[in-house]
Design a protein around this ligand. Structure first.
Ligand SMILES: Cc1ncc(COP(=O)(O)O)c(C=O)c1O
Ligand SMILES: Nc1c(O)cccc1C(=O)C[C@H](N)C(=O)O
Length: 411
């Protein structure tokens, strides 16, 4: 074990002192004194992301103007940034591109898979506790394509796929409880049943090891604004296994996915590579920020990042249990993603009481608190202190204040 779980504040300090990832924190432009436990929702800004954004806006856009499509590499930015991200999900560079949102990419990938007959049946399956957008998109797509739709109980999606040979939309890490699935084992079951899994890697990428190629995964997408710190609204990524790229056609064949957009051909011919999944003009400023943000991962061993996340999570689960909270996440680090959730009847007030102490966590109705444990910028002492604050808030019932009861529009 590279990291040990601290048993005291002093040992947390000692572990931080020897942390081989300690330098990664320097990449971030963090406000002093803030403990940020929401990197699983919106990662903080890195200096490189801000510089890249600045460069793109102030020089490439302001001065380079339309010339920058070529001179600043804007035309290929979605692909080059995807290639940069590929290592973090265990994919080949040519199998990943940046495009649209996860919502749009689930639609494109599932629709393309249905049209190409990649699965034994056209049944679309999703578990009822998946992130809502995945459910809405999957159900809407089934209506559009006249495919059967099954919203199944949590924990039964793989069995439904085995039974029907259909397409399962599945998070590698559940957004609420951080439960982690075994991609390789489930891919094996999919192959046996003639089914297909489209992976949502939103809560996995940048915090646990993801090995798409090794697992034999065919299709995936994921957010870049969480652990990858791409910035608010940063476009998501999509992955298509190399042998499938030319077999699949996007249901949204926009001009940027054309083999030669600037021939302005009235007939659509898809690009021969992953760019066939692009549709319109990409959000260059967001892509620039994302590309800059990925530099923080460049020389990092993702297995170390994952190891640190596991132990930060162990620290939260063990101390949360000590103070009487009900932990909703798996207790074994290997079964968990990068956050830990626990419940309390006054979860919302507690999250607001933590915020008043400059500790940001998040609340998911009705009673869940999530602590996101981004290993690149969080130290053991941050998490130790956050747990101390939480213990104090519970013990003194200092959450019980009128001002903590109002609901914010977004939490
Ligand atoms: C698992 C999961 N999927 C999808 C999304 C949404 O993705 P997007 O807003 O890019 O469509 C989120 C978070 O917002 C998420 O947690
Ligand atoms: N994407 C978000 C947004 O645009 C606003 C507020 C929060 C988000 C999120 O990412 C939510 C997140 N996926 C979750 O796991 O709850």
């Amino acid at each position: 074990m590279i990291y040990n779980c601290p048993s005291s504040r002093d040992s947390a300090i000692a572990i931080d002192r020897h942390d081989i990832l300690a330098h990664a924190r320097e990449a971030f432009d963090l406000e002093g004194g803030l403990i940020y436990l929401v990197g699983h929702s919106l990662g903080p800004a890195t200096h490189n992301a801000l510089d890249a954004l600045n460069q793109s806006a102030k020089y490439d856009w302001r001065r380079g103007l339309v010339r920058s499509w070529n001179s600043a590499g804007w035309f290929t930015l979605a692909k080059t940034t995807g290639a940069r991200l590929a290592r973090l999900v265990g994919a080949r560079q040519q199998e990943v591109m940046i495009a649209d949102s996860v919502s749009a990419n689930i639609f494109k990938l599932a629709s393309a898979a249905l049209s190409a007959g990649l699965s034994a049946s056209t049944t679309l399956i999703i578990e009822e506790d998946e992130f809502p957008t995945d459910q809405y998109i999957t159900e809407a797509l089934s209506t559009l394509q006249g495919a059967a739709f099954q919203r199944v109980e949590a924990g039964t999606g793989v069995a439904a796929m085995q039974e029907t040979g259909g397409i399962l939309i599945r998070s590698l890490v559940n957004y609420r409880n951080a439960e982690r699935r075994d991609m390789a084992a489930e891919e094996k079951l999919a192959r046996k049943a003639g089914g297909l899994i489209i992976w949502d890697l939103s809560h996995a990428t940048g915090v646990i090891e993801v090995a798409l190629n090794k697992a034999g995964a065919k299709l995936a997408t994921g957010c870049t604004y969480k652990y990858l710190n791409g910035g608010p609204g940063a476009p998501s990524f999509l992955y298509v296994e190399k042998d499938l790229i030319e077999k699949l056609e996007s249901p949204m064949p926009g001009w940027m996915g054309h083999a030669s957009p600037f021939t302005f051909d009235p007939e659509y011919t898809p690009a021969g590579d992953i760019t066939r999944f692009a549709n319109g003009t990409p959000p260059i400023l967001s892509l620039a920020a994302l590309s800059g943000a990925l530099e923080a991962f460049e020389a990092l061993d993702i297995s170390l990042v994952a190891a640190k996340a596991r132990v930060l999570g162990d620290l939260v689960t063990s101390r949360a249990r000590d103070i009487g909270l009900t932990v909703g996440s798996p207790l074994q680090g290997k079964d968990r993603g990068g956050h830990v959730s626990f419940s309390h009847p006054h979860a919302h007030e507690i999250v607001r009481a933590l915020a008043a102490r400059n500790i940001l966590a998040d609340f998911r109705a009705p009673d869940t608190i999530r602590f996101g444990l981004s290993p690149l910028f969080l130290r053991f002492i941050d998490v130790w202190d956050a747990m101390d604050a939480l213990a104090d808030i519970l013990e003194t019932e200092s959450w019980d204040k009128e001002e903590y009861r109002e609901r914010a529009a977004v939490t």
